[in-house]
Ligand binder design. Structure first.
Ligand code: UDP
Ligand code: MG
Length: 341
């Protein structure tokens, strides 16, 4: 891909001491490789130190520096989401502001994108973090890869590169920033990884503790549910509900048989409350599923339920289709909506 422009999105929360060096390293790395920067976009996530003042200084010196400042700390996913919305490059890099990610790796990410991948995630093979982070992280990564089918050694790494199209489709909120590759994979994008040099944190403090793994386990459930059943929740909830009801009904029929054949009292058998409970729970699950379908049907209008890899023949049909979508600068037709999902 020649002539591409690169955006850097850098979530920054109390990182004032690191920004000067990071900014210099980004320029050094891109100049060295002859790359064109679209913007270096800092998102100040409600810092309480001098981060914003530092960013303002940088933007006075360098017209490529752009920045967004949140009113309070909204979290890394929100910061990335704001950055993705504002980035204009063809390739968008995310990297942490704390200098742990080494900008010298940028060409390796681009080389991987050139192999045909849409998302390239960093893999901190040799990590410079305390053991109580590294151990749980291994288990977490194995589990996420296994559950999602998106096989990466290091889902947590903040250093990633995306083709623009990926970010136009993936919505981020909560703490789902760890799962952009998983969400992209679920939409059929090609995801890969490169080994990156990881450096120890020199300035400031880590913002995350052990609790991230617990939240991460819950979040992977959200991600899986959204990507597999987000548009058909009744299939999951109703499916489990029907199984419960079926098992409960078998139990009840068995008890009815005993009663009809006069084989003693059935009111004292544990099978009775268990079967009744299963029928009740199953009915409830189906009701939840129907409610979930109702909610989905309201919001699905705003969601693109499919992902288009390529098109052919459109520019001849209608030359004006290019301008339909603001960000879509190639000769592409509009494909928002869900008519043929
Ligand atoms: N960060 C953020 N908002 C937060 C927490 C973190 O923007 O609420 C940024 C932080 O400034 C850093 C990146 O996210 O640039 C990764 O955070 P950190 O280095 O603390 O994570 P760790 O490397 O310890 O996993
Ligand atoms: Mg860090």
């Amino acid at each position: 891909m020649s002539g591409r422009r690169i955006s850097f999105v850098i979530p920054s929360y109390n990182e004032e001491e690191s920004l000067d060096q990071l900014h210099a390293e980004l320029h050094a790395a891109t100049q060295g490789a002859g790359l064109e920067i679209a913007e270096i976009l800092f998102v100040d996530d409600g810092s309480r130190d001098g981060t914003w003042a530092k960013i303002q200084q940088l933007s006075l010196r360098d017209p490529l520096v752009k920045a967004i400042r949140f009113r309070r700390n909204f979290g890394k996913a929100a910061a990335l989401s704001a950055g993705f919305g504002a980035a204009t490059g063809d390739v968008v890099f995310t990297l942490d502001a704390d200098l742990q990610d080494d900008p010298a790796e940028i060409p390796n990410f681009l080389a991987k994108l050139d192999e045909g991948f849409d998302v390239v995630s960093g893999w901190k093979r040799r990590r410079h973090d305390p053991w109580h982070k590294v151990g749980p992280s291994r288990i977490f990564n194995r589990m996420v890869s296994w559950v999602s089918g998106c096989r990466l050694h290091d889902h947590n790494c903040g250093f990633k590169a995306y083709r623009r199209e990926v970010l136009d489709e993936v919505e981020l909120y909560g703490e789902l920033h760890r799962f952009v590759p998983v969400l992209a994979h679920a939409r059929g994008f090609r995801v890969s990884e490169v080994v990156v040099n990881h450096r120890s944190r020199v300035h400031g403090r880590s913002k995350y503790g052990f609790s991230r793994f617990i939240k991460g386990f819950l979040d992977i459930m959200t991600v899986q549910f959204l990507s597999r059943f987000g548009q058909r929740p009744l299939h999951l909830l109703g499916g489990i509900g029907l199984v419960f009801i079926a098992v409960g009904v078998v139990g009840l029929l068995f008890l009815a048989g005993l009663w009809l054949l006069d084989r003693g009292p059935i009111g004292t058998r544990p099978l009775l409350p268990y079967s009744a409970l299963l029928v009740g729970l199953g009915t409830q699950l189906i009701c939840f599923g129907v409610l979930a379908e109702l909610l989905t049907s309201y919001h699905i209008r705003d969601v693109k339920t499919y992902s288009v890899a390529d098109r052919v023949g459109w520019s001849r049909v209608s030359p004006s289709v290019d301008s339909v979508e603001g960000r879509d600068r190639s000769s592409r037709p509009p494909d928002r909506g869900n008519s043929d999902a």
